[in-house]
Design a protein around this ligand. Structure first.
Ligand code: A3P
Ligand code: MG
Ligand code: MG
Length: 406
């Protein structure tokens, strides 16, 4: 190779992922070693109550409370369709909250995150990126996603990139046209949580008894430890953890909804005490097993790995809507379970793509302006492209937040 050829090909060789404005998503481009990801540490939390009101506490954190004596693959027989008609309060999905709750947390916790240099503050939020875990999960899955595209709105404000998802037209249509069957399946995921979680480490009633009995040092017996199986499933309620993480050179502040904490976990320090709960259809043949490994385990791993949640407890449901087996997965084992399978996925590809996308944001989003939105769009089979907007309809940072950070 002559020097001329080298110089001609070098811009492409140096930067195979990007043309000046788009980013490729082909998974083969992102193979390689696993990038550095510093395990997340929790810096705070908040709760959303039954009316979707924000509280700066852990009142909606639930406690893992599996049936006593149940072993892996035992059948608890829970009916996860029970209460769908009578005991279900659904969050209004028309209401787009965007980053609202994270921004509320940030506004109340500025002292935790600001950089303070002589003569004032350098960045009010000393992180490169602020976003929901769910948005990053979508990014991680992108190199393997063949069905659903996404829209991510990004604003650079005082040195921090805020990433907020916008619903695509296709997603809106899908949501509005959900069948009764799909609605019931959604409910069943939440209902499973109510069978396996209690409101307190010993059930809320039992906590009172526990406090009364502290002098006697007796721990009440187990009936009240039972999760409240007949309670209303209200999808407004959530407990969210706020964590700091780092992906190579990108510092992140991520918040994500956490299903429960394990009061018997070896370490009580979050996120290592947290458990993610999942339901899935019972697996009855090798084809279903391959599909589970290829699609479900990819999403489950991405979702839990990002927050450093070490354990996923899965309930497998029969066609009749009963949980027929429980299985515990260690998040860190999942990549080994799928390795070497045909058409499999590679966690390094997911993380390398996310890393490159965050670098791409830093290269593209250069104007620091709270009113400006760079809208990144992706559809399966295409590259990631972007458009720039200053129409208030696109704004992701509300004026109260901008004011508070000024
Ligand atoms: P499953 O866990 O059984 O899928 P999460 O698992 O993230 O804690 O979410 C709890 C439940 O919310 C899910 O149960 C599912 O029922 C519902 N859910 C979450 N995200 C969803 C989505 N994108 N589409 C449909 N249902 C969803
Ligand atoms: Mg959840
Ligand atoms: Mg869950």
């Amino acid at each position: 190779r002559g020097p001329d050829q080298n110089s001609l090909s070098s811009p492409i060789a140096k930067c195979p992922f990007m043309s000046c404005s788009s980013l490729k998503t082909l998974h083969s481009l992102y193979q390689g070693s696993f990038p550095f990801y510093r395990l997340p540490s929790e810096v705070g939390h908040f709760s959303l109550d039954e009316n979707r009101q924000y509280h700066q506490d852990n009142r909606k954190l639930r406690y893992y409370s599996p049936p006593v004596g149940i072993r892996k693959k035992d059948s608890p027989g829970w009916n996860v369709m029970d209460g769908y008609e009578s005991h279900y309060v659904r969050r209004n999905e028309e209401e787009k909250e965007g980053l609202l709750h994270i921004l509320t947390w940030l506004e109340k916790n500025q002292s935790v995150l600001g950089t303070h240099v002589e003569g004032g503050s350098k960045r009010p939020i000393d992180r490169d990126f602020v976003t929901w875990r769910g948005h990053l999960t979508k990014l991680l899955c992108t190199p393997y996603e063949t069905q659903e595209g996404w829209l991510l709105a990004v604003t650079l404000f005082k040195g921090t990139f805020y990433i907020s998802e916008r619903e695509t037209e296709a997603a809106r249509k899908k949501r509005e046209e959900r069948t009764q069957e799909q609605e019931r399946l959604m409910y069943s995921g939440y209902k499973f949580e109510s069978y396996i979680c209690a409101d307190g480490p010993y059930g809320s009633d039992q906590m009172d008894i526990l406090q009364d009995n502290l002098k006697l040092r007796t721990v009440p017996d187990s009936p009240d430890r039972q999760p409240s199986q007949s309670a209303v499933v209200n999808t407004n309620e959530a407990y969210c953890s706020v964590l700091l993480a780092r992906l190579t050179s990108h510092s992140l502040l991520i918040s994500g909804e956490v299903d429960c904490t394990d009061p018997s976990a070896k370490s009580s320090i979050p996120p290592s005490s947290y458990i993610e709960l999942k339901t899935s259809a019972q697996i009855r043949n090798p084809h279903q097993q391959r599909s589970f490994n290829r699609y479900k385990l990819l999403k489950w791993w991405c979702q839990s790995f990002l927050l450093g949640i070490p354990i996923i407890v899965a309930g497998f449901r029969s066609q009749e809507g009963k949980i027929v087996s429980l299985e515990t997965f260690k998040t860190s084992d999942i990549p080994h379970l799928v390795r070497g399978e045909r058409n499999s996925w590679d966690p390094a590809v997911c993380m390398n793509f996310c890393n490159k996308f965050l670098s791409h944001i830093k290269a593209v989003v250069t104007k620091d302006d709270p009113r400006l939105v760079y809208l990144f769009a992706w559809e399966p089979g295409s590259d990631v492209t972007f458009t720039v907007h200053n129409d208030p309809e696109y704004t992701i940072l509300p004026s109260w937040y901008v004011k508070a950070m000024n």
